[in-house]
Design a protein around this ligand. Structure first.
Ligand SMILES: NC(=O)c1ccc[n+]([C@@H]2O[C@H](COP(=O)([O-])OP(=O)(O)OC[C@H]3O[C@@H](n4cnc5c(N)ncnc54)[C@H](O)[C@@H]3O)[C@@H](O)[C@H]2O)c1
Length: 373
């Protein structure tokens, strides 16, 4: 197997050749000379044939085991509906392949625990595709919090408001395929970066709601109605004593913002406040007592990962930071270290997301177990 430092570039296979593979992962692989896209797997043969030409693939297959068995594949990216992540990850780990898997890693925390343990035991690199750890302003916010520049962190606040059509979400609106709606699709990212910024979450009280029936496809054909939430929220207490509040919705009329929607993630500390906004990811809002929040550019060293060939002045800023996930995954393989965020982080976030649903169903606060090993 290549580790990207010897005879040939690291061979990557995409399992799932749909939207996120095309938008995030393929451009990212193309930027990185340490790696090469060699194969793709999808259940749609027609899509695979189209991708073979578009992506210049050596191997396409509808059989994931054929991808896992290929000696040309060193690592896989799992970018399929959520219910397939666990079996695909277990097969790839058993074959000794490094794995980046899309979020949510599974349908519940028990599935995710199995995935984490399989990768840990197989000693492969495992990474959760928590994209919003990577915007420059988020990376800078993390350094402001950890250096103490904002003082003692007191409040965390996350808003993610999208104005999506009220037609079918496809597989995303069925519990057996997706697990949950906005909570597992959008809010789970914000649970992850809250833990990264503020430390472990001790306790949560959550609620979800569904407003849109989504019983028509975009072209007006009837389909089984949505079974999942399109609004999700939680309040939480961190082990540090800080508190947090999160709200996400796909039904915020007027929040299109060129397709990127509204995102606001804020830390209020004893000395100052700072805010990351996804539509303006190279700038951060900062304020201290007596001032109003004001925009500042994220310093140069936060604009891209160290040594990455990506030119931060090129492309749409709210798109191009997504390529930095692949840089981290490949760097972890080449440097023989664990990736950040790992499946362990995916598991911690899943435990909290599951607890939001339990809290709502049982109408009570839920304590989050201390970090398992
Ligand atoms: N990190 C992010 O910011 C981000 C953004 C979008 C999507 N996602 C995640 O990525 C995953 C895929 O989302 P998407 O928007 O690309 O979906 P999609 O529906 O566009 O693509 C999924 C593809 O997987 C294929 N597929 C289904 N079952 C399969 C199987 N068993 N084996 C192989 N291929 C299979 C489908 O044919 C389809 O082409 C989801 O888990 C989603 O939550 C993450």
């Amino acid at each position: 197997m290549s580790d990207g430092t010897n005879d040939r570039p690291l061979g990557i296979a995409l399992i799932g050749a749909g939207a996120v593979s095309e938008y995030h992962h393929v451009p990212a692989i193309r930027l990185d000379s340490r790696t090469r896209l060699v194969a793709a797997c999808d259940t749609s043969q027609a899509l695979l044939e189209k991708r073979r030409d578009e992506w210049n693939l050596d191997l396409i297959s509808t059989d994931y085991q054929a991808i896992c068995d290929s000696p040309d594949v060193d690592a896989v990216v799992i970018a399929t509906p959520n219910d397939t992540h666990r079996p695909l990850a277990l097969a790839a780990a058993a074959a000794g392949k490094h794995i980046m898997c899309e979020k949510p890693l599974g349908l519940d925390a028990d599935e995710v625990r199995q995935m984490y343990e399989a990768c840990r035991d197989a000693q492969v690199v495992h990474m959760t595709a928590f994209t919003y750890r990577f915007p420059p302003a988020m990376r800078y916010l993390r350094s402001l919090v950890s250096s103490g520049a904002l003082g003692t962190p007191r409040h965390f606040r996350s808003q993610r408001f999208l104005d999506l059509p009220e037609t079918s979400w496809g597989w995303r609106q069925y519990k057996s395929k997706a697990g949950a709606g906005d909570l597992f699709d959008m809010t789970i990212h914000r649970i992850d970066f809250a833990i990264d910024l503020m430390g472990p979450i001790k306790s949560v009280c959550g609620a979800v709601a569904q407003f849109a029936p989504r019983d028509l496809t975009a072209d007006g054909k009837p389909c089984p109605p949505s079974e999942v939430d399109d609004w999700s929220s939680l309040i939480g207490e961190f082990e540090s004593g800080a508190v947090g509040v999160w709200e996400g919705t796909t039904l915020a009329k007027g929040y299109g913002m060129n397709g990127f929607g509204h995102e606001w993630a804020e830390v209020n500390g004893s000395e100052g406040s700072a805010v990351y906004r996804m539509h303006d990811p190279n700038n951060i809002l900062i304020g201290k007592t007596g001032q109003d929040l004001a925009s500042q550019p994220a310093p140069e060293e936060f604009l891209k990962p160290t040594n990455s060939p990506r030119d931060p002045s090129q492309g749409e800023p709210a798109t191009v930071f997504r390529y930095d996930l692949m840089w981290e995954f490949v760097s972890a393989i080449v440097e023989k270290r664990q990736a950040i965020p790992s499946f362990y982080d995916g598991w911690r976030a899943q435990i909290v997301a599951d607890s939001v649903l339990s809290s709502y169903n049982e109408r009570r606060w839920i304590d989050i177990p201390a970090a398992p090993l």
